[in-house]
Write a protein of this length. Structure first.
Length: 367
């Protein structure tokens, strides 16, 4: 793997590690406001953490359930809060209806979801119509001290159905109250009055405490609809942490693969060739030049050159030097090379002898 790829993978691993460290720091220090919409854990503007704190200060015992209604033994003396649930299973809707029939209180912002039909016989009809301010339009006990509320305008009930339109204006309502058995369903078309960003406006906080009922009622927030489940082992780790840990492991694996050798040593950019024969001969000649008995050391080399020339020229091994020299000249050897390998007495020209050996080897290969 190239150096550039290693640097890029190292930077990627560092970024993932930094994100994991920041996530851990955020978990310890609390981090910046955030969380799912209408969750009692969420501290962002669209969260409902302030709503839960307000109810606790009013004397309610606040419980955050991490399972769905069908898995809880609902007490009719409690108030159940289901805000902006993306989907409620039929079994859970049936559990909520049974809870209401026995005398429970349900505070819900269903956005006109289909599950509401299993709870209320004739539910109100939701529309995206914007209602920013609402006042009491029906004599409902919970609205005795509520004069005006402010909303984000995310929706409204255009028809109350079998419920009572309690809060709204001349065109639409935002709160519908429906009796179900001995219980009471309080249905909000827009959950913003209970969210952190709107709870302190107008009479929104007063409405929130009034709809929760008497302080003796325990209030159950079903947080399973906002991504909080009851888990053990790996399931207990928040999803964001699981993703961060997975990315960290993946980055570490890629970094290790970048550092180790795969399928043997790295491939060279070009194929290595054997050293040129002339370089070898020159090196051998330089070695011979350093020997003391240079004549004896050069004798086998001179004899090999002479044998190659006589064999190629078709001469006898004991042919005269003049004939051997003439044949060598015909084969392309220079005069100094011919004189060097035919000379039997010092001084010897080792480099010229080496060149002659290399040249005769080349000529022999061509044959």
């Amino acid at each position: 793997m190239t150096r550039g790829w290693r640097i890029a993978l190292g930077v990627l691993a560092g970024i993932v590690g930094l994100n994991v460290a920041l996530a851990a720091l955020r978990a310890v220090t609390g981090g910046s406001p955030g969380g799912p919409t209408s969750s009692s854990y969420a501290t962002a503007g669209e969260g409902a953490a302030a709503f839960a704190s307000l109810l606790e200060r009013a004397g309610h015992d606040v419980v955050r359930e991490r399972v769905t209604p069908q898995h809880v033994a609902l007490d009719p003396r409690d108030t159940v809060v289901v805000l902006d649930a993306p989907d409620v299973l039929p079994a859970d809707a049936d559990a909520l209806r049974q809870f209401l029939v026995l005398g429970g209180r349900l505070l819900a912002a269903p956005d006109g979801a289909a599950w509401l039909r299993r709870v209320v016989a004739t539910p109100p009809v939701w529309s995206s119509r914007s209602v920013r301010r609402a006042v009491a339009i029906a004599p409902v006990a919970e609205l005795r001290d509520v004069r005006r509320i402010e909303l984000a305008g995310d929706g409204a009930w255009v028809s109350a159905g079998g419920a009572i339109a309690a809060l709204g204006n001349a065109e639409a309502s935002v709160l519908a109250v429906a009796p179900v058995g001995s219980g009471r369903a309080l249905l909000l078309a827009d959950s913003s009055p209970f969210q952190n960003g709107y709870l302190d406006r107008a009479d929104n906080a007063r409405l929130a405490t009034a709809l929760a009922g008497a302080p003796s009622r325990r209030v159950l927030f079903f947080e399973s609809y906002h991504g909080y489940g009851r888990g053990t082992g790996l399931g207990a780790i928040p999803p964001q942490w699981r993703v961060a840990i997975l990315l960290a492991c993946l980055a570490g694996l890629v970094f290790m693969l970048a550092r180790i050798r795969r399928l043997g040593p790295p491939e060279l950019a070009s194929r290595p060739f054997a050293p040129a024969r002339r370089e070898y001969i020159d090196a051998l000649a330089a070695t011979l030049a350093r020997t003391r008995d240079r004549g004896a050391a050069l004798a086998p080399v001179r004899r090999e050159i002479r044998d190659r020339i006589t064999r190629r020229a078709g001469q006898r091994p004991d042919a005269p030097d003049a004939d051997v020299g003439a044949a060598a000249a015909r084969f392309g050897l220079a005069k100094d090379e011919v004189d060097a390998f035919l000379r039997s007495e010092p001084p010897f020209d080792e480099l010229a002898i080496g060149r002659a050996l290399a040249r005769t080897a080349t000529e022999r290969r061509q044959l």
